[in-house]
Unconditional design. Structure first.
Length: 313
């Protein structure tokens, strides 16, 4: 049981299971809050306990339905601000709208910046998030951002498998840094799939840079959405002589045809975390790891004004 004072953990409806697990890890009860709808669909939130002078942490990933979950979070933060909370900390295990982080065509929006502005305006004093799609999104905020990483959790899982001859593969050029960090933790070489994306959610494998012949492959990405990239990449790697393919990611968006593609793919196993709740049918190929202890430890360290970076030493 956590003995500190003035720490409150609240949850929206996006991932109540993760919020409960975080509160249990810290040793506090989840805050009393109800989320309802008016007859026209507008969100109505009631906070059922005093938060005056408290450090409040609201756990709410901006996952599907993203618009509903984002609005829930903004309204809850507004309620906390008006209830005189000492600090309001938005805990976003998954930062939605992050894939539009720059203008790639004329008249494109930058939604990652828009969400940052909305969170700040609603009253956030700090943001805690995991594996942003682009690290520079931290710079969109004028408040502190604690950027947690799932790599230690994923690396520990694959270390226990003790692969004898393996290689870490980035499914695109943009994920090379992530793949290299996992490879360094596992003491493995890396390879890269060179692909192009003619339109959103459509990927074409071009060619593979690096040696995968006769090796077990571990593909890593931050998000698996429609699973097109990961399943096409797996087949291309096997065509180039890889013996078996594993994949991992932090955020299992798994929209549209994703689950069917994974089921029919040659991938042995896909390891994901619970930043987004897995809502599909049980699937032997999907292994879910919990990030609750990591987020819980980060919350305690922030509340006690200790270094969060120590979690990655």
């Amino acid at each position: 049981m956590y003995k500190g004072k003035k720490l409150h953990i609240f949850s929206g409806t996006a991932n109540l299971a993760l919020s409960t697990e975080i509160a249990e890890h810290i040793g506090v009860s989840l805050g009393q809050a109800s989320v309802n709808r008016f007859s026209d669909g507008e969100i109505n939130i009631y906070i059922g306990e005093s938060v005056r002078g408290s450090n409040v942490f609201i756990v709410q990933p901006i996952c599907c339905p993203a618009n509903e979950n984002l609005m829930e979070l903004l309204i809850m933060m507004d309620a906390m601000k008006r209830a005189s909370a000492k600090s309001i900390n938005a805990v976003l295990p998954y930062y939605g709208y992050a894939r539009q982080d720059r203008k790639t065509r004329a008249r494109d929006p930058i939604t990652a910046k828009l969400v940052a502005d909305l969170l700040t305006t609603a009253g956030a004093n700090r943001v805690i998030t995991m594996d942003l799609h682009a690290g520079q999104i931290q710079g969109f905020f004028n408040i502190p951002v604690d950027h947690l990483k799932s790599l230690p959790i994923l690396a520990n899982y694959f270390q226990q498998k003790n692969f004898q001859d393996a290689v870490v593969v980035s499914p695109d050029m943009g994920g090379v840094t992530r793949a290299r960090e996992l490879a360094e933790r596992l003491h493995l070489p890396i390879a890269i799939i060179d692909k192009r994306r003619p339109k959103p959610n459509v990927a074409e494998v071009m060619h593979i840079i690096g040696d995968v012949k006769g090796k077990t492959v571990i593909m890593i990405d931050d998000i698996i959405d429609t699973a097109g990239t990961i399943t096409m990449g797996a087949q291309a790697l096997l065509d180039q002589g890889a013996t078996e393919v594993y994949a991992c990611c932090t955020h299992p968006v798994l929209s549209g045809p994703a689950l069917e593609r994974i089921k029919n793919s040659p991938i042995n196993e896909i390891v994901v975390t619970n930043t987004i709740p897995y809502v599909g049918e049980p699937n032997d190929k999907i292994k879910v790891l919990s990030v609750a202890p990591l987020i819980g430890d980060a919350i305690i360290r922030i509340h006690e004004e200790l270094s969060v970076s120590k979690l990655f030493d």
